[in-house]
Design a protein around this ligand. Sequence first.
Ligand code: PHE
Length: 460
Amino acid sequence: MSTGEGVRETWSTRIGFILAAVGSAVGLGNIWRFPFQVGQEGGAAFMVMYLAFVVLIGFPAMMVEFVVGRKTGLNTVGAIREFAGGAWKYLGGLFVFIGFVILSYYSVVGGWVLRYIGGSVTGGYTGTAAEGAPPVAAQYFGTISSGLDTLLFHGLFMVIVIAIVAMGVQRGIELGVKVMVPAIIAIFAALAVYAFTLGGATEAYSYYLSPDLGYLLDNWQSIVPAAAGQGFFTLSLGMGVMITYASYLSEDENLGVDGATIVGFNTGISILTGLIVFPILFTAGVDPETSGAGAIFISVAQALGSIPFGEIVGVLFFATVAIAALSSAISLIEVVVSYVIDEFGLDRVPATAGIGTLIFLLGAPVTYDTVMVDLYDIFAAQVLLVLGGILLVILVAWLHADEAIDELKKGVGNLAWIGDLWLWMVRVPVLVVLLVSLYLGVDGFVEFLQGDFAEFLSSL
Ligand code: PHE
């Protein structure tokens, strides 16, 4: 078992690291969050912006985190303190805080997913509603998405996360993701093939894949921050996960190739999710725009009730989502756990249990009403992660560029020239786009506070 004083663990294999990072990236962000962002922001128009973000902004930003993690070999807080010192050390603290916030509501949604596995087996969300009543799936979501049971399932999700992370980097995280990631890919590929055979597939593909550029131009002010938030969220950027994971790496790794592999896999899974979700929705005649946080839970569940083999597909789908959510949750808590182990010399088991309990408590209010999920989620993705990304880019690309480039060049062989290209990408275009996104993201969050959230408060 690893302790604060013991030798720091590393990944046992290169593929272990890649799978762990893919496991972190692929999660509720791809499967729960992505479809409703696509739905809310105009279908394929959002896709264009999202893909541009992931490749042109997300990938270089991931390298920024890798460089800091591998160079220092430390947890997020320690890494930033060693890299920069002075007041910058608070940036590490901000990352730990963001990890707390995200996992606290992530786990609530994870609890919904666990419930839906059961609901798929018992047929809880399918069936015909009484005249004039909302569809059964919507009623089901209404009953499971808030209240005491929701709190219990949030707790159950956290217990599973704690159990895996308490076992350590190699035995817990690495072994876990070696099973989980291939399972996600195999099941989702099979489900996409199945979705292709459905009647609504053609219509779905055009909604999802042929962008209306006019729509994009008219609505860029909401699409840009949504794409930025989704890009950072889905790649696990902006809060030190990739710093922490890269800190368990050795120097002969080619960070660029690893990063491209991770981004490629993650984007592939998101696209695959759309290829499953949208044909199911169009086949069942469900509108992808009316969904929000309930998206896959209401509309996909409802659709599953009316398509062939819906029940089996439902079990497979939600079980896969649960696995994906767990492998991401592991990375979120690991940021905080590694900090506490490294800095305070705590043992892994009590550290994980204690932190998990605090996160559970922070998430408890989220089980009160689904609007709380939006509150935490918009704040985390569109404000906190983007802010974290901006600060890190300034620190690494402007203030410590020489060290960063040297680190990036290790292990890349004759690809060393990309170091300079990367630096200038990050210094100007990436930073400018992130600043604009943060501005628009804060604006959107304030709008949410004054709109939906104010309405919720006044209804209390
Ligand atoms: N990337 C994860 C997902 O898509 C969520 C996550 C965000 C994990 C930030 C770690 C850090 O579900």
